[in-house]
Design a protein around this ligand. Sequence first.
Ligand code: FAD
Length: 459
Amino acid sequence: MISADESAGGMFRRWPFFQRLLSWTKPYAPFERGSREYERYDWNSLLPEEADNRALMTTIMDGTSYYPSRPEMERNLATFAERTKLAVRYGCRWTTTRRDDDRWVLETTDGEYRCQVPIFAVGVSQPWRPAMPGIEDIPHYADTRPAETYAGKRVFIIGKENSGFELATGFLQWAKQIVLASPSAAKLSINTRSLVGVRARYVQPYEDHVLAGGVIVLDASIERIERTGAAYRVHTRRSDGSGDLPFEVDDVIAATGFTSPLLDLPRQGVATVGRNHLPAQTPFWESASTPGVYFGGTIHQASPGLRKHGIPSNSGGVNGHRYNGRILARRVAEKHFGITVDKPVVAKAEVVSYLLREVTSAPELWHQKSYLARVLIRDEKRGILDDGILPLQHFLDSGPADAVAATLEENPAGDIYPVLYTRRGGVSTEHDLAPNPLHDFRTREHEAAVVDALTGLFL
Ligand SMILES: Cc1cc2nc3c(=O)[nH]c(=O)nc-3n(C[C@H](O)[C@H](O)[C@H](O)COP(=O)(O)OP(=O)(O)OC[C@H]3O[C@@H](n4cnc5c(N)ncnc54)[C@H](O)[C@@H]3O)c2cc1C
């Protein structure tokens, strides 16, 4: 493992800009810290094998908020790296990539590395700007100044996603006027009932807007930005067709998103997707166009899964990609190094209660709805085997002939319910189970539904 940084923490060594995360950790939860079930309440700790190093975030937070501060998160990651004795070469930047027979060769500022399987976990935090006249000359989120320097200023923020709303939240007590603009209406996570949209943590400017307190949340395209002496003129065109609206402001900030520093990977055949050009990936986070090249961490957000009901994975955040990481390690071990992972036998009498326990409390399923699944397979010799947690899309596209995958899913009405996907002779059938207001699916009704789905397959 190499890192261009001088120490652990990645992007959290400097961001979020206003120094507090949008992902939470609840020190007090219905399950004991360090247990698997507890992970559902702790979005920020990494997942070690050893019990002593689990739920580390809770040992670092100071109790002022259930959103850790940025320095606390940095300390959480650094403590993890130190206690698990990860061997990382810091201050070592990968610069170019080439193929040499069956090896990848990575040139770095600290020499050449050769490997069979490179995994690029280089983050999604390189500033990205859309094409727009004048945008090259204005600061990006990454260039934001200390909040007090915006005191009494009119600030125009381009972008209405989390980073734009985060800045607006931090400017509320400083700026004279805040405009947040982009062509589409702002989405709020509490309305989309998913991580799509602005998180509740940054919704305060939106309330200020609806109560007409001085923040303007505008649906308009930005036609061009002009410098006018010490100020700016921003030409906007309203999305509802009601015409142009110019703004005279003191500051403009592009909160237009981030991309990944892929360097020469596209020249090595790595295809990219989406407006911010992230690598196109298979369900196991392998480059879709350059086999043998894998991605790690938040870049997994570009491997979208099924997007059932339009809801994406949570792979952009630690709470989602930490589970993908485990599966990725297993996949690389199996596919490239011939290491097979043991698949324990599940007694026939235990299958129903096991699946209902998993959908009630498995953190992988709760954090990665419709994306990761608990998979059981039928083996002619050994019986029912537990194949672990795997990507749902892989199971449906090319899973075993006789098997079941259990997931949690959410419909547009906000109901959360388990789904069983059975495969019989390779043919998939979906079985939606009923929601439960307490999210506990260990009921007679659910038992009957599981028995029904598995009869003739496992039972
Ligand atoms: C503004 C912002 C706020 C966010 N807030 C949250 C949050 O509150 N909670 C959450 O869960 N997620 C948050 N995220 C998503 C977040 O980035 C990830 O969850 C997490 O940081 C991803 O870890 P990572 O290791 O994939 O990437 P990063 O943390 O970005 O780390 C990438 C690493 O790659 C290294 N690297 C890059 N290029 C090279 C190179 N050429 N050679 C060597 N090393 C290199 C970097 O030095 C760095 O150490 C946020 C993202 C942004 C942009």
